[in-house]
Ligand binder design. Structure first.
Ligand code: 13P
Ligand code: SF4
Length: 301
């Protein structure tokens, strides 16, 4: 482990690279990263990076977003198989068809979508900024929201509006059930329950707080509570525990694991920097259009 970390740090210097990691990555990957965050924090960071190379430890759509925001930089993804099942639930042609059925609607995508889908959209949101962005952007407009039905319904409920929702979902968060939340509450009666907005309505209704992974970190730091039940991918517990050694965290259940986030290993990071693969590229025609939706989001959040 020490040898591989040393190799990565040497290669990082040689390539003038930075390592970004999502909150769901393996603990050792989060530990070697220069910056760990949620989708919004990583997109913001990617927009300001000065190094020549970004090693993106997350899933493909996140690396694509970094590449779109940094067309002159090399963005590497250590394992190109790191996809997102939810992002793959809609493609550009399907969204175009939906837009044709609702010609007056604005199309909004969750950042968990492919660049091809972002290119078809007027606005992009992350779980960390969706409420604020939609409050400012939606104002009386007819909205198509893709691909996550749960984030879409959560925001539309909060803002008291109705969206045309694509029926996509995250299969990892779908494993979270309201009964599991009740059982966790019984086991830890003093804990605050936090869940991700990708959870279904019954789970959201059973929680105390509905937060993006970055917002969970901020909330816990500020809270006087000492115990938290965490309803999202279990990789986040590493950051929560590191940042709050005096507080206790309980996953709702141990099987909330995103296999795609776990594809990145120290070995794959080392190999990626050694061989400078796999470079994430987005065709210019798609990148320019997708960037409009991402820039629109960043300007509102
Ligand atoms: P965050 O934006 O909260 O990091 O969530 C991304 C994600 O993929 C959740 O499943
Ligand atoms: Fe996609 Fe779900 Fe994995 Fe997040 S947890 S990257 S939404 S499959």
């Amino acid at each position: 482990m020490q040898t591989i970390k040393k190799e990565i740090n040497e290669l990082k210097k040689l390539r003038n690279a930075v390592i970004l990691a999502h909150n769901y990555e393996r603990s050792e990957v989060q530990d070697i990263a220069d910056f760990t965050g949620d989708s919004l924090e990583l997109a913001r960071k990617a927009a300001t990076i000065e190094a020549d190379v970004i090693v993106f430890c997350g899933v493909y759509f996140m690396a694509e977003t970094a590449a779109i925001l940094n067309p002159t930089k090399k963005v590497l993804i250590p394992n190109p198989e790191s996809g997102c099942a939810m992002a793959d639930m809609i493609n550009g042609a399907q969204l175009r068809e939906l837009k044709n059925e609702h010609p007056n609607a604005c199309a909004v995508c969750y950042v968990n979508s492919t660049a091809e889908v972002k290119a078809e959209c007027d606005m992009c949101v992350t779980s960390g900024n969706a409420e604020k962005v939609m409050k400012d952007f939606a104002k009386g407009r007819e909205i198509i929201f893709v691909p996550d039905q749960h984030l879409g319904s959560h925001i539309s409920e909060k803002l008291g509006s109705k969206y045309i929702l694509w029926q996509g979902y995250c299969p990892v968060h779908a494993k979270l059930k309201a009964e599991k939340i009740s059982a966790a509450r019984k086991a830890h009666p003093n804990a605050i329950v936090m869940v991700h907005p990708e959870c279904c309505k019954e789970v959201r209704d059973a929680a105390d707080e509905i937060l993006s992974t970055g917002a969970m970190c901020t909330f816990v730091k500020k809270s006087d509570a000492k115990e938290f039940i965490v309803g999202t991918e279990i990789g986040i517990l590493h950051r929560l525990e590191n940042e709050n050694p005096d507080k206790k965290f309980y996953p709702v259940s141990d099987d909330i694991v995103c296999p795609d986030m776990k594809r990145t290993t120290l070995e794959s990071i080392r190999n990626s920097l050694k061989t400078m693969t796999t470079v994430v590229t987005v065709p210019e025609e798609i990148s320019v259009r997708a960037k409009r939706a991402i820039d629109a989001m960043l300007s509102l959040s």
